[in-house]
Design a binder for this molecule. Structure first.
Ligand SMILES: Nc1ncnc2c1ncn2[C@@H]1O[C@H](COP(=O)(O)OP(=O)(O)O)[C@@H](O)[C@H]1O
Ligand SMILES: [Mg+2]
Length: 285
């Protein structure tokens, strides 16, 4: 049974949870038999030192819920926690598989948009993208895009190279120290819209079982779910706890849009937190 959870603390107070995770923390805490450990946010993210609110007396498998780390930092986090009797639910290889999109891409290729990868700061020639049969695309690094900014949500290969190079500079600025791995050029596919919203779902897999399926794009209640067999098809990836986001296309077929390590994937707005934590614990029973 897994019922111990690790959350980051508040920056200034190591005994208080990070306020962004308060709703989750309080839900988790109120479920019977759960144990919560906080680690000092400031000590870890600034000094790479682990400081915990409590230390398990014997080796315990623990689920972390919190901020993303680049794989190198996660590996250190995993090793440092071992010294405190904590074994995180995902080892560094499992983390790297789901967090770095080109790693998992090989396993999901037949159900996702085509991608091309480039090293960081390597010039990206639009002709190469075009010659790969891509006319419209999105820019991400190996983990995330930049959203909620003036950065375009898609580009066409027939734009000027100079303009695109300018946007890539902007991309690097926005990703800042979160920039991870390399650049991922992802073919743009026409997503189905219901009014102004797309139809996207986040599926959490825990212990290779389906833990939750929740709406993730502000759509209403009446939109269809991803097909059961597609969700089942990806239940056996090499990670104990991960997410896959699915989206419906205009032709009503479904694709995977992104994957993540479960520990650093946010719950969706529409998610029932109590159900989520209860199911998560059940999946590992
Ligand atoms: N291949 C694609 N074609 C068209 N739109 C996409 C595609 N992939 C993602 N999107 C849209 O862009 C949004 C952001 O993409 P996503 O891969 O989830 O990046 P992130 O969550 O890192 O910003 C998605 O929620 C979806 O609406
Ligand atoms: Mg996303």
């Amino acid at each position: 049974m897994i019922n111990t959870f690790l959350f980051p603390s508040d920056y200034f107070n190591k005994n208080k949870v990070d306020s962004s995770l308060y709703a989750e923390y309080i839900t988790c805490k109120e479920i019977n038999d759960t144990h919560i450990i906080l680690f000092s946010y400031r000590k870890w993210f600034e000094d790479k030192i682990i400081e915990l609110t409590s230390i398990p007396t014997k080796n315990t498998v623990v689920i972390y819920r919190g901020w993303m780390m680049i794989p190198e930092v996660y590996e250190k986090f995993y090793a440092a926690l071992k010294a405190y009797n904590i074994t995180l639910i995902n080892n560094p290889n499992a983390y790297k598989l789901m967090h770095i999109f080109p790693n998992v891409y090989k396993s999901i290729q037949e159900d996702t948009a085509k991608i091309l990868t480039f090293s960081l700061h390597q010039p990206i020639d639009l002709n190469i993208i075009k010659n790969n049969g891509i006319n419209k695309f999105l820019v991400k690094d190996y983990v995330k895009s930049v959203k909620g900014s003036n950065f375009p949500s898609s580009f066409r290969v027939d734009m000027s190279q100079e303009e695109f190079d300018g946007w890539m500079k902007v991309f690097y600025q926005y990703r800042g120290n979160l920039l991870t791995g390399g650049i991922c050029i992802k073919e743009f596919l026409n997503l189905k819209h219901y009014d102004d919203n797309t139809n996207e779902y986040r599926v959490y897999y825990a212990n290779n079982k389906i833990c939750s399926i929740s709406k993730n794009s502000g759509q209403g209640y009446l939109t269809p779910l991803p097909p059961e067999e597609l969700i089942q098809k990806y239940a056996n990836l090499q990670s104990n706890y991960y997410t896959i986001d699915y989206a419906q296309l205009e032709d009503n077929s479904w694709i995977i849009i992104e994957c993540g390590d479960g520990q650093v994937s946010g719950l969706s707005d529409s998610q029932d937190y109590v159900d989520y934590y209860k199911n998560l614990i059940l999946c590992f029973e």
